[in-house]
Structures are given as C-alpha cells and as structure tokens.
Design a protein around this ligand. Structure first.
Ligand code: AN7
Length: 365
C-alpha cells in the first residue's frame, strides 16, 4: 500500500519541475524515475531601482523560490533521479548548508537515506533546520567545507550512496536549466550574468546552458559571466587556495572550490571576470535589496548585488550602460539565515494594547 502511494506521487509530480520542462536537454531516459518537487520556473524580476542605481537593465533571477529555497534543487532533481535509476539507496554530500537542505528533501521524496557532512557551527540556522526536518543523518565535522568535501570524495560513490555535490555532473546538467529559463523569458541571452561563486558549479552550469541555447539558435550571444567572491574567501580571485576562508556569507565560505578550473575556463571564454566584495558590502546590499526592491535574499545571494555596485563605480564601469541587460542570480532565500538580520534588530518593549499607545508609537517614526 505504502509503495503504491509513493509511485503515484512520482508520476503525478513529474508534470512540473525542470526535467518535465527541459527533458530533451537533460540526461534522462524513458526508464529514469523522476524525483521532483516542482523546482525551477522561478521568477525573473525586473529591478527598477537597482537598474537606476547602476545604469543598466537589471533582472533578478529569484532562485530562493525553489522548493527548498535555493538553486540547488535544479541539480538535485536530476542527480537524485539518476542515482535512483542506478540503484542508489542513499545520498551523501558535504555542504555549507543549501546542498544538504536540498539533498535531504529530495532523499525524503525518493524514500532513501541521506547523510550530510557539515562544517560545525558554520551552517545558517534555516538550512540546518531543513536537514533535520527532512530526516537527514547530520555529521558535523570540526573543519571547514573544503575538509568536509575531501572526506566525501574519499568515501567515494562506494556502496549504495551517491555523492550529490556539484562534482556530480548530473547536478550541473540540472542547474543549466536556469540559463534556459532566462533566455526563454528575455528572448535572448543577457549581456552580463552575475552570480556568487562558491564551490564554482553554478557559474559553469549557466555558461553551459547559454552555450547550448546559442547552438540551438535560441540565443544570439553569450553573456559575460561574472563571479563574485567574498574578500576573505576568494580563491578564484586570488588564484590560490585559501586555507581558512572567512565570510558572513556562510554559503560561499569555501577556500578550494571543486569546480575551479571549469569555472575559470567559462569566465575566460565569456570575457567575464571574478570580483570580490567585503562582508560589509554584502550585508549592505542584502539590506538595500530587501528595503528597496522588496527582495529578501541570503548574504551569499547579495554578493552579486554588492558586486554590481562595485562594478558600476570601479574600473570596469565601461561594461555597464543603459542598453546593457544584466541578470543577477540571487541563489538562496533570506529566510535561510534569519540571525544575520535579527542580530542587528532589537525589538522595542511592548506598549499597552490601546489605540492611543499604538498611535503614539506610529507618530514617533
Ligand atoms: C546561496 O550548499 O556549496 O559556486 O554546499 O548556497 O555553485 O558552489 C552552496 C553554494 C551561492 C555558490 N549561493 O554556488 C553548499 C554550497 C548560495 C549557495 C553558492 C552556494 P557554487
């Protein structure tokens, strides 16, 4: 009985999600069981004030609106479907938080186990709560993400556990669908695509998606791919491994990205760039975007917005002009990391529950 209800779920849900939408461009076949939570088809929102401020036409790809609140779900639906097809009984990943949240949810959906290896004390609370809620086995290590990923690599795809980090090519395949969506919506590729750079999978995925669509004649050009790193977690920018990366944007607190070479090639090929921003700029951009455009994203996702502010002022400002279309991927939802905001906010003492008292407080502000 239980098995039947599970099957019914899989079939029903396959009507939505990135595999259903872009099946012919993804490595799935007739026999692949589709594990989906309806990911993808996220809003591409025009940002009028951001456009004004930097002098181009800026759109935000709101990837925080995926089922688990980040872009990871696009790759996870493909990686988990393929893992199930190959007979995996469980998933394993290292994570700065979002991959583990996504893996935990898709494992639950598939009815298999999930083990996540996390840098102790460095995971935003919302992401940790997701892994717990979905029933993942959580292993905190006394080390950073790079060390956690090394352990996962050493464990390997042995036994029945499939690795679902972005070193798994099925993840990248799924994530390229975000570029398809951008072109499908804008009618062409943008001039610039800017996004955070952490383990350096997503930038490569977008570049692959744009290249594929150009080959199909759906886009005329390829955007410059611009990756943004946090000042003290910027191995690609500095061209060296950072042993102890630090940033308030815990999602991209990575010192030795697994996708480094591929991302660098994609950046070079597109005449793009890697830039850095400070933690202070990240938090300012996060707050600005929330208050000015109504879009609340996690700190890592505010990094490209901070990067745009820098770009518009700095020596590459020639890249931006009125007719330039820019897509900025905001990779994860602001609710993932509530402490970042709540730490800077102190709730005033309650007032009497009377009209006068409330009026008095409103008139003060
Ligand atoms: C919100 O979850 O690496 O450059 O383990 O969560 O493709 O790694 C997350 C990365 C950007 C960087 N924005 O993307 C993980 C993890 C958010 C993220 C990135 C991450 P990549």
């Amino acid at each position: 009985m239980q098995d039947e209800s599970k099957k019914a779920c899989v079939v029903e849900a396959a009507a939505s999600g990135v595999i259903s939408r872009y099946r012919d461009r993804l490595p799935v076949g007739e026999g692949t069981p589709i594990i989906t939570l309806g990911e993808g088809s996220t809003p591409l929102v025009f940002a009028p004030r951001l456009s004004d401020r930097i002098g181009g036409r800026v759109f935000i790809k709101c990837e925080g609106l995926n089922p688990t609140g980040s872009f990871k779900d696009r790759g996870m639906t493909v990686a988990v479907s393929k893992a199930i097809e190959r007979g995996a009984q469980g998933l394993i990943c290292a994570s700065t938080g979002n991959t583990s949240a996504s893996a935990a949810a898709y494992a639950a959906r598939a009815g298999i186990r999930c083990a996540v290896i996390l840098p102790a004390g460095k995971i935003a609370s919302g992401k940790l709560v997701q892994a717990i809620a979905h029933g993942a086995r959580i292993i905190s290590v006394d080390g950073n993400f790079d060390e956690a990923l090394r352990i996962v690599r050493e464990l390997g795809d042995k036994g029945e556990f499939a690795i679902v980090n972005s070193i798994n090519p099925d993840r990248i395949a799924g994530q390229k669908t975000a570029a398809f969506e951008v072109v499908d919506e804008l009618g062409d590729a943008p001039d610039i695509h800017i996004l955070p750079l952490g383990n350096a999978g997503n930038l490569t995925a977008y570049a692959a998606g744009y290249a594929e669509y150009r080959q199909l004649g759906k886009a005329r050009g390829l955007p410059r791919m611009i990756g943004i790193q946090a000042e003290h977690a910027a191995p690609v920018f500095h061209r060296r491994v950072i042993e102890r990366p630090e940033t308030v944007a815990s999602a991209i607190r990575i010192g030795n990205p697994a996708g480094w070479d591929a991302a660098q090639r994609a950046i070079d090929k597109s005449h793009g760039a890697v830039e850095i921003v400070t933690d202070e700029e990240i938090l300012k951009a996060q707050s600005w975007l929330a208050r000015t455009e109504g879009i609340f994203v996690e700190p890592a996702s505010a990094a490209p917005v901070a990067g745009l502010f820098r770009l518009a002022k700095g020596k590459r400002s020639d890249l931006i002009s009125e007719n330039v279309t820019i897509v900025c991927t905001c990779t994860g939802h602001g609710l993932k990391d509530p402490e970042i905001i709540s730490a800077r906010f102190s709730q005033a003492a309650p007032v009497a529950a009377t009209l006068e008292a409330v009026r008095e407080v409103i008139s003060r502000s």
